[in-house]
Write a protein that binds this ligand. Structure first.
Ligand SMILES: NC(=O)c1ccc[n+]([C@@H]2O[C@H](COP(=O)([O-])OP(=O)(O)OC[C@H]3O[C@@H](n4cnc5c(N)ncnc54)[C@H](O)[C@@H]3O)[C@@H](O)[C@H]2O)c1
Length: 329
């Protein structure tokens, strides 16, 4: 697909994954309008790390996913829509489940109502591997049962089902991309890989929650490639597509791999003070990416070692934005 001059609307463009996707779209020549969660401080979120000449080509519109009128107005006349905006913190969803449901599920409903009436040629919504809960079998394909082990997961399952219903009922040309854990430069230290890196930079030992859960860690530029290929493929319409590497590692193994690429040695310990209730702990997520390979021609390109190295180098040069001592939900 030639992106030059194409009118694109993106939600969550100021977030971790969204900032990389926005950068890719602008540098490919797309005319991008991005919804920017409103604050009175001109907070660009992760877009502050994107080169100025890229950000200056964006139309940035402040607003909230929970406001259907704003979303409807912004979607009018757009050709391709990427919906990444969401409240993504699982611990935050324990404390404020209603807010998380309203942003993630009702926000997606607002977006799809606007897409139904606005005539976009393609809408890509964003799911998450968290909707599967602890793997009942591995690798996890798209037919794996959905298990809501957190309010966050429940909100994303609801959003995915709204997308399915809007495709089946109204023929909205929507595809749902389901990324497994994504990491890379610009990610907040609420996520596991930045947490480990920042402790390795600033402390003498690494203290984490449980070391045993297993995750399939996908580098952010590979995830971005999944979004682009999903938007480009007519075969993706009406489908849910997993994006992940097909390899998993325990949290303890990820910590060792990070220390290795950073050339450091220090103990890695597990704290008794767990933030996740026991039933909410997702023990294993491992992606079956066969459908992505076959349907949209996607494959992971970045090895865990190379991705961790890029991420550690980036965090090292931006460490003032990270706090190794304070736990944030
Ligand atoms: N990071 C991961 O490992 C991962 C894995 C699977 C799926 N996802 C999904 O990918 C998407 C992006 O995740 P991320 O890691 O970049 O998260 P992020 O928190 O960095 O970005 C979320 C974005 O949503 C915006 N947002 C939040 N509430 C909003 C509201 N009420 N109105 C408008 N905008 C709002 C934020 O401003 C931000 O730009 C999410 O849908 C998330 O569920 C992320």
């Amino acid at each position: 697909m030639n992106w030059r001059g194409r009118k694109v609307f993106i939600t969550g463009g100021s977030g971790f994954i969204g900032s990389h996707l926005t950068e890719r779209l602008v540098t490919s020549g797309a005319k991008v309008t991005a919804l920017l969660e409103y604050t009175p401080y001109n907070d660009l979120g992760c877009l502050r790390h994107v080169p100025r000449n890229v950000v200056s080509q964006l139309e940035l519109v402040p607003g909230d996913l929970r406001d259907p009128e704003t979303i409807k107005k912004l979607l009018r006349g757009k050709d391709v829509v990427f919906h990444l905006g969401a409240l993504v913190g699982i611990p935050y969803s324990y404390v404020n489940p209603r807010e998380v449901f309203e942003v993630n599920a009702v926000g997606t409903l607002n977006l799809l109502l606007a897409a139904r009436d606005g005539g976009a040629s393609k809408v890509v919504t964003t799911s998450t591997s968290e909707v599967y809960g602890t793997a009942l079998y591995t690798p996890i394909d798209e037919d794996h049962p959905l298990q809501a082990q957190s309010p966050y997961s429940a909100s994303k399952i609801a959003a995915d089902k709204v997308a399915e219903a809007f495709h089946k009922t109204y023929g909205v040309p929507v595809a749902t991309l389901r990324p497994f854990n994504t990491y890379g430069p610009r990610q907040s230290d609420r996520a596991i890989i930045p947490t480990i890196i920042i402790q390795a930079l600033k402390k003498k030992k690494i203290t984490l929650g449980s070391l045993t859960p297993r995750r399939d860690m996908n580098y952010v530029l590979d995830t971005v490639d999944g979004f682009i290929k999903t938007a480009e493929s007519p075969r993706a319409v009406g489908e849910v597509i997993n994006i992940g590497t097909g390899k998993d590692s325990s949290v303890g193994e990820i910590a060792s791999a990070i220390l290795k690429v950073m050339g450091k040695k220090m103990p890695v310990t597990s704290t008794k003070d767990r933030k996740r209730p026991k039933g909410s702990e997702v023990m294993q997520l491992l992606c079956d990416n066969s459908k992505a390979r076959e349907l949209i021609g996607w494959e992971p390109k970045t090895s865990l070692e190379a991705g961790l190295k890029h991420t550690a180098d980036w965090i090292k040069s931006h460490s003032e934005g990270y706090d190794a001592d304070k736990y944030q939900i």
